[in-house]
Design a protein around this ligand. Structure first.
Ligand code: AMP
Length: 415
């Protein structure tokens, strides 16, 4: 079923959203992108005369009630965004009465799903090495099914619009779908858009295809780097992982971030790129700082010859130029991870050069997808988010989808 074809009038829809928004110490929302992202789906259901049961997780309460992660803190903001009063239940597993009382056009927000360990379905308080772990895991899977059934019992139909958690097989993201027929479950608009954007990258590749992978570590990106090697023409590796590659090639990297146990892996990636005819582009120079701070003294040095006591914190001018040249001519672009410590304004220039080159390529007809928390923060910081083709809300989910993995949240609905 699709959200456009479903008749929501008089129906109760339980909608999984990702309202895991950042809060400050007073519980105020500091970035409401995720709430805004779900609005088209939520409004569509209400405008069609349906009622809404909204469910989400927030933070990592690890299966226990914790007021710090209560969704009560965002109730008013959700109401303001929808232009309606929002009812709230303090226990997501005891919401049957509140759900039954909902009238068309009314909204009920459930308390944080992850206050119950059944949401994630992992046994708590027992070590993986413990011989009793396997039994605990089986028992938890059964409780997870029961928890999902309880949630499903509140509604006539199920909508999943939480792309950020689509790579998790949780009660509310996947298991719950088993309780609904094909006719009564569907992806929300945000999920549809995200899935489409990944599809654009994977199935309709216009060449050259350039991927830019940055961030702090090579270890967390290795799955996607290896996978991309079979697809891309150009692979730009930047950010902190630059120095693991530099050291692996015998460079001196001073105090730069480095994964010493990944030196062989770095050489292996270089070899694979060569074998597969992928143009691997690494930084040649960098802006080094004498401390990890925005007001560090800086100098431009070779990424292979960083002085003692200094660390590479951003791409240097020659590197920016070479990256931009490759990006400008691309027709398909994927960017995940910054080229430097962009949180410090003085080390954001490399990431900005990448963002600007992506914008230029996009203006010239390229499809550009920016995803993963930090690169999204980058394009937002530079005010360029609306000048790229698509900004994904998914971090892990996006990377797993691009790695070619089937997302449980999508599979539960689409089969
Ligand atoms: P990740 O979560 O792996 O995508 O990494 C994002 C983080 O990498 C950001 O917080 C950046 O500040 C950080 N980063 C990028 N370049 C460097 C660098 N040269 N040294 C240390 N951290 C970096």
């Amino acid at each position: 079923m699709t959200i456009d074809n479903y008749k929501f009038a008089g129906k109760k829809a339980i909608v999984r959203v990702d309202f895991n928004v950042p809060l400050d110490e007073n519980g105020n929302i500091t970035d409401d992108t995720r709430i805004r992202g779900a609005l088209p789906t939520l409004k569509k259901i209400l405008e069609d005369g349906g009622s809404l049961i909204i469910m989400s997780h927030m933070g990592k309460p690890k299966g226990k009630v914790n007021p710090k992660f209560s969704l009560a803190q965002i109730k008013e903001a959700v109401g303001a965004a929808l232009g309606r009063d929002v009812k709230f239940t303090e226990d997501c597993a005891k919401a049957a009465d509140a759900a039954a009382a909902l009238q068309p056009g009314e909204v009920l927000l459930l308390e944080n799903l992850r206050f119950y360990p059944e949401e994630e379905g992992k046994p708590v308080g027992i070590d993986k090495e413990d011989p009793a772990y396997e039994t605990a895991k089986k028992e938890m899977k059964e409780s997870q099914k029961a928890f999902a059934k309880t949630l499903a019992s509140y509604a006539d139909c199920y909508v999943n619009d939480a792309f950020g958690t689509a790579h998790r097989k949780h009660a509310s993201t996947a298991v719950i779908a088993d309780s609904f027929s094909e006719e009564d479950k569907m992806l929300g608009y945000l999920m549809e858009k995200e899935v489409q954007a990944v599809d654009n990258i994977l199935s309709d590749i216009k060449r050259p295809f350039t991927a830019i992978m940055g961030g702090s570590k090579v270890s967390t990106k290795i799955g996607i780097i290896e996978n991309l090697m079979d697809k891309v023409d150009n692979l730009i590796l930047c950010g902190g992982m630059t120095y693991t590659f530099a050291k692996a090639q015998g460079g001196k990297i001073g105090l730069s971030i480095c994964e010493d146990d990944k030196l062989d892996l770095a050489l292996d990636i270089m070899k694979k790129a060569q074998e597969k005819g992928v143009n691997l582009v690494l930084g040649t120079d960098c802006i080094a700082g004498d401390k990890f701070s925005n007001d560090a003294n800086t100098q431009v040095v070779s990424a292979m010859d960083i002085p003692e006591g200094w660390e590479g914190m951003d791409a240097g001018p020659a590197t920016r130029e070479s990256f931009a040249n490759v990006i400008r001519t691309a027709k398909t672009i994927l960017w995940n991870g910054p080229a430097g410590v962009f949180e410090f304004d003085n080390f954001a220039g490399g990431s900005k050069a990448i963002a600007e080159a992506i914008v230029e390529a996009t203006e010239n007809g390229a499809f550009s997808l920016v995803g993963g928390g930090d690169s999204v923060a980058c394009v937002n910081k530079f005010g360029l988010a609306d000048k790229v083709s698509y900004v994904s809300t998914g971090g892990g989910a996006l990377l797993e989808a691009i790695e070619g993995k089937v997302l449980p949240g999508v599979a539960a609905i689409k089969g």
